[in-house]
Design a protein around this ligand. Sequence first.
Ligand code: MV4
Length: 584
Amino acid sequence: MFTKVLIANRGEIAVRVIRACREMGVATVAVYSDLDREALHTRLADEAYALGGQTAAESYLDTEAILSAIDRSGADAVHPGYGFFSENADFARAVTDRGVTFIGPPPGAIEVMGDKISARLAAEKVGVLGVPGTTDFITDPDQVRAFGTEHGYPVAIKAAYGGGGRGMKVVTDEASIEDAIESAQREAMAYFARDEIYMERYLTAPRHVEIQVLADAHGNAVYLGERDCSAQRRHQKLIEEAPAPALPDEVRTAMGEAAVAVALGCGYTNAGTVEFLYEDGDFYYLEMNTRLQVEHPVTELVTGLDLVEQQLRIASGEPLSFSQDDVAISGHAIEVRINAEDPAGGAFLPSPGRITGLKVPDGFGVRFDGGYEAGDEISQYYDNLVGKLVVWGRDRDVAIRRTLRALDEMVVEGVATTIPADVAILAHPDFGAVSHSTKWVEETLDLSDVRADGAAPVGDDDDAAATARRDTTVEVDGRRFAVSLWVPETVAPAAAARPGKAKGRRSSGGAGGGDGRVAVPMQGTIVKVLVAVGDSVEAGDPVCVLEAMKMENNVAADKAGTIAEVLVTPGDSVGAGDVVVVIE
Ligand code: MV4
């Protein structure tokens, strides 16, 4: 086993890995940006090295700074977490070249799975099929026209060197082929610096089901059941669960065996996830994620296995200590991602800031994997995942009710969080009945009444001890009661209630009551301007396309009128609140 592991990450996943290492008697090394000097992962690790910088590019993605911390610390292994360098074959090689173990798959397997075309071919080689389509690049709209005529619409156009839904466009009819190609290529170029695209039949309401696999360096591989991650919006998962509900056992087994075949076929070792789309009883291979995933804890709760411990054991050369027959799934687990985002009206606007208060739930079956404590700051520069609530129950209904109970106990003050949206999903009959799909949150769930929680601190706890007793009487149904109240000395009883939201946060498009100065809701890049001076628009019409939070977002007119000024051109960087057009 290793003596010292450097964790090349931050936030909850760095904390998660540190905890597993500590339980195994392995020393830990944190790395931190200037903003994370006092962060939880920095505080928890045995040693910590400054990377310098603020943005991810200046810190956690600075290869030289991380390699230098590896050298200085004398770590004998590196855990990359997820994101950052976790699926970067060059980084894995740079680590391995120093004689340090990369806790993950071999660089060659990362490369094979790094682009969709070679990943699809690697699966086909072992008889595992994706959605019907072609692995040829699209060079001519006629190819799409021919495919559409043969297989019918809709057709999905995807970035060959992309992932996570970026660069995917759906063509519903012949007329939109050219636009879809142009848009897919533009997005692919913006995110992946390559614009090759290919196509598949588009499944209209699939569920996202993924298989967790473990493979050791001795040729053994097992699957640890599946997770359903269908409750997502814009390719950001909100809630995940294990096992996938209402999945026939034969599908579960066939999917697991397919995932193991894909892993063995590409020389995979360590923990990995094979993603599938599941629709109408059939499943289709999508891609393989060559890292530990955010939602790995639901698998841990139903299998009883510590996946990070397994990763360390596999990376240090141990054979798996159990076989497929030993893997048993028990009960049901649900993970709720708690992000610092304001879900009001379904907008999910980033809500960075200081967490002024944090109360984490507990009780039977409740686990919280967090990256922050009260007083810590959620920076706009990093992933805004505050933590993950992971709940186990003997069956799905118990797990859902327990998760709702735990969310009810949870208090996050100072930043808005996704909790109200999570509650809306968990409490919805469609989710309970498993009639949801990957489209459900965006197309069916109504979040228009959802309000931000936690944006303002509750009361004033500086002088919590200074309470005064007040005696009074009340009448209930004509019967008199003498009551005693203990109220803050300085605050009248009525004013002790929760103050309103501290921050006046603007929603991203409006119903039509705006002043005509249309501003972008968040930082990003303008990729398209859809109006010119003199055009007339209705409230809600898109005026430009903003690429932000890994997506293209329409920026909508906030009132009806005539475009008086256009203040941006494609390629411009804009910040939250910047005015892009003026309507008169
Ligand atoms: C699809 C699809 C339907 N048909 N491919 C989106 C992310 C990327 N990994 C693949 N994605 C999809 N590919 C075909 N042929 C629907 C999706 C999809 C999706 C997949 C998994 C999880 C969430 C999703 C949300 C929307 C669309």
